[in-house]
Design a protein around this ligand. Structure first.
Ligand SMILES: [Zn+2]
Ligand SMILES: [Zn+2]
Length: 310
């Protein structure tokens, strides 16, 4: 077993070659919580930090992406849920789902499987820590919220740009193959698009750490999982009475992104509604109605102003 730098002091550790013995060692450390013990044992057991981080990120991506898609694949097969389907006449066929799955898997194994191994050296260079114990939960909560807001801004402008002429024709058109999206289509995109939009998810934490020197790999892992869930759910094609945006009106959700796929223009943001709302780019009849309402309101305001000045 090689030596991991996940913990600073192994003097009390007994030897062992199994994961259980690694966990047993970490279990003796009173300052660590359960998740920190598992995280520490994983790195200690692997004995190669670079490989451990690469594998962790690859598996996290596969497990949580497909794990989150699976309920949607099942829901699509249960007629009971049809009443909450946004474009109710457009259920994905088995063939469509299968082709999408093959394409996403190919891109995961051929495109994303390589840069992932450079992540650990990069973390070390810019100071993303992976040691236990983890930072305070309040610090992590703040960073997750910040990453959501910044990624949404990045996504809005990049995605809006991808809808211009040649960018759309050669890059973004692939993602728009399905006018009625389903969970699996979240990552169905051209590799250039994956790289550009992925910069918002991975690049923003990197830039944050370069400037502040304060970021943990666990925070990044959870952020990536949350962002995967957001992307898959936005493509689910279902709007429920309990969907998050009904409680958090600025959350985008499937309702927002389905309109984008349905109408091919507008509603460019990923997680929140504010960019599309304030820049008047909301898609579909709902967006149009709101725009008309807005211009009517500003028109009548202008009229009132005119009357006052006369
Ligand atoms: Zn688009
Ligand atoms: Zn989409």
């Amino acid at each position: 077993m090689g030596v991991s730098s996940v913990y600073h002091d192994y003097s009390s550790f007994h030897n062992g070659t199994t994961f259980a013995s690694a966990f047993d060692n970490f279990n003796q450390l009173p300052e660590l919580n359960f998740v920190e013990k598992v995280w520490g044992s994983y790195y200690y057991y692997m004995g190669n930090d670079l490989f451990a981080t690469g594998l962790l990120f690859f598996l996290t991506h596969e497990l949580f992406y497909f794990g989150r898609c699976l309920p949607w694949v099942i829901i699509d097969r249960i007629p009971y849920f049809r009443k909450w389907k946004i474009q109710d006449e457009k259920l994905p066929s088995d063939k469509e789902q299968w082709e999408c799955l093959k394409s996403v898997l190919t891109s995961h194994f051929l495109v994303e499987a390589f840069p992932i191994w450079f992540f650990h050296p990069l973390c070390q260079k810019i100071g993303i820590s992976f040691q236990v114990p983890f930072p305070k939960i309040t610090e992590m909560l703040f960073q997750w919220a910040l990453f959501f807001v910044l990624e949404d801004a990045w996504h809005y402008w990049l995605h809006r740009g991808l809808h211009y002429g040649v960018f759309y024709k050669y890059i973004h058109k692939q993602h728009h193959r399905y006018a009625a999206p389903f969970g699996l289509t979240a990552e169905y995109a051209h590799p250039i698009e994956v790289a550009l939009l992925g910069m918002g998810t991975v690049g923003i934490p990197i830039v944050w750490c370069i400037f502040t020197g304060n970021l943990h790999l666990f925070t990044v892992s959870i952020w990536i999982i949350l962002r995967l869930f957001q992307a898959v759910d936005a493509h689910s094609g279902y709007e429920f009475p309990w969907s998050l945006h009904n409680f958090l009106p600025f959350w985008a959700g499937a309702d927002h992104h389905d309109e984008h796929h349905h109408h091919f223009v507008g509603s460019y943001a990923s997680s929140f509604r504010w960019w599309d709302y304030f820049l008047d780019t909301e898609a579909g009849p709902k967006g149009k109605a709101r725009r008309e309402g807005k211009s009517l309101a500003s028109g009548s305001k202008a009229q009132k102003l005119e009357k006052k000045t006369v």
